[in-house]
Ligand binder design. Structure first.
Ligand code: SAM
Length: 354
């Protein structure tokens, strides 16, 4: 059993309460107990496991099941008063209590202050990794390790060092993909759909799951950021929106624009993809998705649930549970996942694959 009794969970700033409620439920369901400590706006949650083993929990709980956690790791209690002249010794003492890793990932909170610490973090990690190897606390660079070492920096004096399984955590630091806004895309929303694909569709399946010639419906499509992504993959898109679509996009010949209501429109034949970015009550979007699923209108769906100001975790859980229950009752098998993406604001993005 490892000495690690703490989970660190990185989330969108302002969503620490949702992240804490969710991890409390999931840890309890895994048969362990603990309590969260959080500060609103900090971009992370610290969860203390009582008498438990946090390394065991980050292996047993499925990272993909967490909606509000973008990244996580198991660690000992944070180092709070690191001497600026020797940070490596106390860090190495904690690393000695953890499973061995072959790489260090530097992370900071996704806040203005946090982003300013990234340069410092990189420098510290580039000193830490050789130091750990010299002291036999880290595997050679190219070894196949089960865990990655996470160095999470709050300031020059305060940081956490911990581990997360390579196959059960976000591959990218902080769970944040560095996507470049494509100059030709009609809106910044375009990055939400691209990020969703990165989270939900393994890269080696893009050629089959996002293939040229597929047919897609984009509900609430204007001005066309999501349609642009579908068109870029070579798909033919029916764009549903009363608002105007970007003219260059319409000139591709791959888009049919219908000024219809997203909640009553349905395609005459099943399509490969339905995506929906309409700003609506989550319960209404949920009912529409269930209707599409039960009627076999699309095999794959990506949709946003715009969350209300209060009870955001409760509302998100309720909607996802309802989709699962209705699919089960109808004997339809599918995968349903949800994540609050880096490009999401007061919303989460969901993927349903039937
Ligand atoms: C957030 S915007 C979509 C942005 C789009 N995904 C993009 O990337 O450019 C929401 C869109 O939903 C449309 N909308 C809202 N209610 C709708 C409804 N009932 N039927 C169709 N479109 C609707 C709005 O006109 C608006 O263009």
């Amino acid at each position: 059993m490892s000495q690690a009794d703490t989970l660190i969970l990185l989330c969108r700033s302002g969503f620490e309460g949702e992240c804490a409620s969710e991890i409390s439920d999931v840890v309890a369901a895994a048969g362990a107990y603990g309590y969260p400590k959080l500060e609103k706006g900090s971009g992370y949650v610290c969860f203390h496991i009582q008498g438990g083993d946090a390394v065991d929990l980050v292996s047993r709980i499925r990272f993909d099941d967490l909606i509000f956690t973008r990244q996580w790791f198991a660690c000992l209690p944070g180092l709070v008063d690191l001497p600026p002249k020797d940070r490596l010794t106390p860090l190495a003492e904690q690393v000695a209590e953890l499973p061995q890793c072959a790489e260090v990932v530097v992370e900071t909170p996704d806040t203005t202050d946090g982003r300013e610490l990234q340069g410092f973090g990189r420098k510290l990690a580039s000193a830490l990794a050789p130091y750990l190897r010299q002291h036999d606390l880290m595997l050679p660079r190219k070894s196949r390790a089960k865990y990655r070492l996470h160095l999470f920096i709050l300031s020059g004096r305060e940081m956490f060092v911990g581990v997360a399984p390579v196959n059960n955590s976000a591959a990218l630091p902080g769970g944040i993909p560095r996507l470049k806004f494509p100059a030709a895309a009609p809106s910044r929303s375009t990055l939400k759909l691209e990020e969703a694909w990165h989270w939900f569709i393994p890269r080696d399946q893009w050629d089959t799951e996002l293939a040229p010639g597929m047919r897609a419906v984009d509900l609430g499509a204007a001005p066309g950021g999501w349609t642009w992504q579908l068109v870029k993959r070579g798909m033919f898109v029916t764009a549903i929106d009363n608002g105007p679509m970007n003219e260059d996009l319409m000139e591709t010949g791959q888009v049919e624009h219908l000024r219809e209501d997203a909640f009553t429109y349905y395609p005459s034949k099943p399509v490969d993809w339905m995506v929906c970015d309409v700003v609506e009550k989550p319960a209404r979007t949920t009912a529409m998705v269930i209707d599409w699923a039960l009627n076999g209108r699309s095999r794959n769906m990506i949709f946003n649930l715009k969350l209300p100001m209060k009870q955001r975790y409760v509302e998100a859980s309720r909607c996802l549970a309802q989709i699962r229950e209705e699919l089960d009752a109808a004997g339809i098998r599918g995968i349903l996942r949800a994540k609050q993406l880096y490009h999401d604001r007061e919303e989460i993005t969901c993927w349903l694959s039937l």
